[in-house]
Design a protein around this ligand. Structure first.
Ligand code: GLN
Length: 453
C-alpha cells in the first residue's frame, strides 16, 4: 500500500479543479459558437497543463516544495502563466518537486515523495518529478518544469516522457522562484516532441521583466518537429559525446543508446564522434556555482518577507534569532547543505579558489561545446547514467545523488538547449536519449527528437 493520492503517484501538491473546469467550459463554449472566436483560439486551448510548484500563480498556492512557503499565495503570475491563461489552457494544479528544485529524485520535497508511475517503488527523477510523473501517469498531457542542472530532462528520461530545457534566455524566468539564476530555465514536459514544440512556442519569447531574456522572435519549433516526424535526417550531423557514455552508464542504458544511434543513422543522419574533455569537471563546477547562487537567492526567506515566521520559544526575540529559528525550521537538510556550501565558497579568502575556478571551468565547458558544434549540428548522449533508482536508495549519499546529473549539467553551464526523448526500456524501465544544440538553435532538437521518437 502506498499513500499520497493519485493511486500512489502523488504528482500534485495542489489540484485546481474549479478554475480548470471553468476554463475548459469557456473554451467549449467558444468552439461551439464557431466563427472568428473559435478560429482565434490557440491550438492548445482547452488542453490541460500541470505546473511545477516553483512557478508562481495567482489563485493557487506556491510552496517550492518547502515548509518555508507553506500556505503562501503569490500576488502575481509568472510570465509563462500569463501566456497559458491567455491561450486558455486549463491549469490542473501544482506539481511536486525537490525543495526549491534541489535534487534528482523528488524525495527532498517537504510534502513527501512522488513515485514513478512505471514502478511505485522507484523515483520519478527530480527535481521536477511531479510534472514528469503527472504526464507519464496520463494525469496531464502537458506540464511545465524548470531545469537548473537537469530537472526537466532527467525526470523525462526516467518516466518515459519528453522534457526540454530551452536556450538560456529563450523562455522568461519571471515568476520562477530562483534557484541558481545563471542556470535556471523554464521548459515543457509532454508525451510527444510535437506537443512540447507547441508549448515551447507558446511560453517562449522576449520578456522585458527578465533581464536575461533574449530579444528575438521564437524560432518555429512546431515546423521543425513536423519535419522530424517525416523520419528523414539526411544531412544532419549528430555528434556522439565520447565522455558521456561507457564507464558509469548502466549496460541497459548504453544498449538503448547504441540502438538509438542506429535509428538515427537509418534516418540518414551522419554519426560522428566528438570529444568534450572538460565535461569531466562540469559536475564539480556546477556544485560550486549552483550553491553559491542558491545561498544568495535564498537569503530572502528570512521570516520577514515571505511565508513562514518562527518566534523562538525561549530567550530574547531579536531579528537574528527569529531569522535563525525560521530558517532552521523552514528549510530541509538538502537546502541547508547547499546554503552552507555556497556561503563558504563565496567567503572572503575562498572566492578565487572556489567560485573563481568554477567560473573558469564554465568557460572551458563552453569552449568544448563550441568545438563540438563545428563538427556536428546536434550532440547526443544518454540523458542519465541509470534508469529510475529505488526510493530511498540514494538519500543517505548526496554525492551519489549528484552523479545522476553528470550528462545534463554541461548544457546549463553553457546555456545551450537540450531535450530528452524516450529511447526504449531497460528491464521494463524507460531510458532517455538527450540531444543538445547550439544556443538559439532549439529547432534542431525538435527535428532530431521527433525523428527518433
Ligand atoms: N538535480 C540537480 C540538482 O540537484 C538539478 C536541479 C535542477 O535542475 N533544478 O541541483
Amino acid at each position: 500500500a502506498v499513500d499520497g493520492g493519485e493511486r500512489g503517484v502523488h504528482a500534485f501538491l495542489h489540484v485546481n479543479a474549479e478554475e480548470a473546469l471553468a476554463v475548459a467550459a469557456e473554451v467549449d463554449a467558444i468552439r461551439a459558437a464557431g466563427g472568428a472566436g473559435a478560429e482565434a483560439l490557440h491550438p492548445l486551448a482547452g488542453v490541460p497543463i500541470a505546473i511545477k510548484d516553483l512557478i508562481v500563480t495567482v489563485g493557487q498556492p506556491t510552496t517550492a516544495g518547502s515548509k518555508m512557503l507553506e500556505g503562501w499565495m503569490s500576488p502575481y503570475d509568472a510570465t509563462v502563466i500569463s501566456k497559458i491563461r491567455a491561450a486558455k489552457l486549463p491549469m490542473l494544479g501544482k506539481t511536486n518537486l525537490d525543495e526549491f528544485a534541489m535534487g534528482s529524485s523528488t524525495e527532498h520535497s517537504a510534502y513527501g515523495p512522488t513515485r514513478n508511475p512505471w514502478d511505485l517503488d522507484r523515483i520519478p527523477g527530480g527535481s521536477g518529478g511531479g510534472s514528469a510523473a503527472a504526464v507519464a501517469a496520463f494525469e496531464a498531457p502537458l506540464a511545465l518544469g524548470t531545469d537548473t542542472g537537469g530537472s526537466i530532462r532527467q525526470p523525462g528520461a526516467v518516466t518515459g516522457t519528453v522534457g526540454v530545457k530551452p536556450t538560456y534566455g529563450g523562455v522568461s524566468r519571471y515568476g520562477a522562484i530562483a534557484m541558481a539564476s545563471s542556470l535556471d530555465q523554464i521548459g515543457p514536459v509532454s508525451r510527444t516532441v510535437l506537443d512540447s514544440a507547441y508549448l515551447h512556442e507558446l511560453i517562449g519569447g522576449h520578456d522585458p521583466r527578465d533581464s536575461t531574456s533574449l530579444n528575438e522572435p521564437v524560432p518555429s519549433l512546431v515546423d521543425a518537429a513536423r519535419q522530424g516526424l517525416s523520419g528523414d535526417l539526411t544531412g544532419v550531423r549528430v555528434g556522439v559525446i565520447a565522455e558521456l557514455q561507457g564507464d558509469g552508464y548502466e549496460a541497459g542504458v548504453q544498449a538503448r543508446f547504441n540502438e538509438s544511434l542506429e535509428v538515427l543513422r537509418a534516418a540518414g543522419a551522419e554519426i560522428v564522434e566528438v570529444h568534450c574533455p572538460n565535461f569531466k569537471y562540469a559536475l564539480g563546477a556546477y556544485y560550486l556555482i549552483m550553491p553559491s547562487e542558491v545561498s544568495s537567492n535564498l537569503a530572502k526567506f528570512d521570516g520577514v518577507r515571505y511565508g513562514k515566521r518562527v518566534i523562538p520559544a525561549d530567550g530574547p526575540v531579536t531579528i537574528e534569532r527569529v531569522m535563525g529559528a525560521t530558517r532552521a525550521a523552514g528549510f530541509g537538510d538538502e537546502v541547508k547543505r547547499r546554503i552552507i556550501l555556497g556561503t563558504y565558497a563565496l567567503s572572503a579568502g575562498y572566492y578565487d579558489a572556489y567560485y573563481g575556478s568554477a567560473q573558469k571551468v564554465r568557460t572551458l565547458v563552453q569552449r568544448d561545446f563550441d568545438a563540438a558544434f563545428e563538427k556536428a549540428d546536434v550532440l547526443v548522449s544518454p540523458t542519465a547514467p541509470t534508469v529510475a533508482f529505488g526510493l530511498g536508495s540514494k538519500t543517505g549519499d548526496p554525492l551519489a545523488m549528484y552523479l545522476n546529473d553528470v550528462a545534463t549539467i554541461p548544457a546549463n553551464l553553457a546555456g545551450v538547449p537540450g531535450i530528452s526523448v524516450p529511447g526504449g526500456l531497460s528491464e521494463g524501465l524507460p531510458v532517455g536519449i538527450q540531444f543538445l544544440a547550439p544556443a538559439r538553435e532549439d529547432a534542431r532538437l525538435y527535428r532530431v527528437g521527433a525523428a527518433l521518437e
